[in-house]
Write a new protein. Structure first.
Length: 369
């Protein structure tokens, strides 16, 4: 079975831990962290152009605590399509008594009105968005920065899980995904020191680097504040020694070979889109590893998903974004997919498309030859 369901975009790695590595000390992170945890957090922060970082077992640990750093007069603005873990953090912010408002990323005028209204009340905005939205593209980070700049103390917080390790600085024809793998801030060319607003990121390394740990990164003073006030660092287990070692090894490997993997991945994405375009299909996803096909109806999505599986292709069936309630088929492309793997997938899609009326007008199908 040819697998297109894994979000390990740069390919899986086998990293057996060294002999004698202590899995856990039995102490919470608040009582001390080892050097590996500190190195991983600082490395991730530096790649994003930020001052300092802090390692945690998951993004949920970080989102649970981060909104406790908001001032009492703060207001939390959440992208309506924000990844669910960030939304869960928003529920805790509401429980702490902070106003929580959802906005649509495509309604910038509406967002500007909301910011103005809360600014008139003297409230400090914290705006939260995914850095990269699969199927929708990059968040309008420069626009968010401009809207937040007039508000003293404003914070732009990004969940950069999808982009970190995959996207980087200075994308171009020879390096479609950019260089360095620093994520959305690097891709957008935003520098942390160019604020306001203050920039914060919460980033899982589980996608681009294949290690299930997460990092909070931002200004050193803000990270120190989190360190002092975090409840999860007191009441939950810290990152294990194995995970800290694996993250350290993955970052060092990426520093040596990551750009080559990103070049290869960029070629596979371009090939997938090019071959489907020749077949009359237009996938959604741009130059990102998650490529989606919009189907005409629910039964079409289910049928295509099953027939692709029968053809030896494992894909992801997702709740629809382009047409709410109508599922989509997603292909997660990876750097370890070969050109032959991509051609096999696109040929199967083209053959199925010619025999069906499953695809919508936004995913047109050319007639059979």
């Amino acid at each position: 079975m040819l697998d297109f369901t894994s979000a390990l975009y740069l390919g899986p790695r086998v990293l057996p831990p060294p002999a004698g590595l202590v899995l856990t000390t039995g102490r919470p992170a608040a009582l001390g962290e080892d050097d590996r945890a500190r190195e991983v957090a600082q490395t991730v922060a530096r790649r994003q152009g930020l001052e300092a970082g802090l390692l945690a077992p998951s993004t949920l640990h970080l989102f649970w605590d981060v909104f406790g750093l908001m001032p009492p007069h703060g207001v939390l603005l959440l992208d309506r399509a924000l990844y669910p873990v960030g939304q869960w953090g928003g529920l805790r912010a509401r429980a702490l008594g902070r106003p929580v408002v959802q906005f649509r990323a495509d309604d910038q005028a509406g967002l500007a009105r909301v910011l103005h209204a809360y600014g008139q009340q003297g409230r400090t905005p914290w705006l939260v968005s995914d850095g990269w939205r699969p199927g929708r593209g990059a968040a309008p980070l420069a626009r968010y920065r401009d809207l937040l700049a007039p508000h003293p103390g404003a914070v732009l917080l990004l969940d950069d899980t999808q982009a970190f390790g995959v996207l980087g600085a200075r994308p171009g024809p020879g390096q479609l995904l950019g260089q360095g793998g620093g994520g959305s801030l690097s891709w957008a060319g935003l520098a942390a020191e160019a604020g306001p607003p203050e920039l914060l990121t919460i980033t899982s390394l589980a996608k681009g680097l294949g290690v299930p740990v997460a990092v909070l990164a931002g200004r050193a003073a803000r990270v120190a504040q989190f360190r002092r006030h975090s409840e999860t660092r007191v009441h939950t287990s810290p990152v294990s020694g194995w995970h800290a070692w694996a993250a350290q090894a993955a970052l060092r490997h990426d520093a040596r070979r990551g750009d080559a993997a990103r070049r290869h991945l960029g070629r596979r994405i371009a090939q997938f889109r090019r071959e489907l375009t020749r077949a009359g299909l237009r996938p959604r996803g741009g130059l990102f590893p998650v490529q989606k096909l919009v189907l005409a109806r629910t039964t079409a999505a289910l049928g295509l998903h099953q027939q692709l599986r029968q053809a030896g292709l494992a894909t992801v069936l997702l709740a629809g974004e382009a047409r709410p309630g109508v599922p989509e088929i997603a292909f997660c492309l990876r750097a370890d997919h070969s050109a032959a793997d991509i051609s096999r997938a696109t040929a199967a899609l083209a053959a199925l498309a010619r025999r069906s009326d499953w695809f919508t007008a936004s995913t047109p199908v050319s007639p059979s030859p």
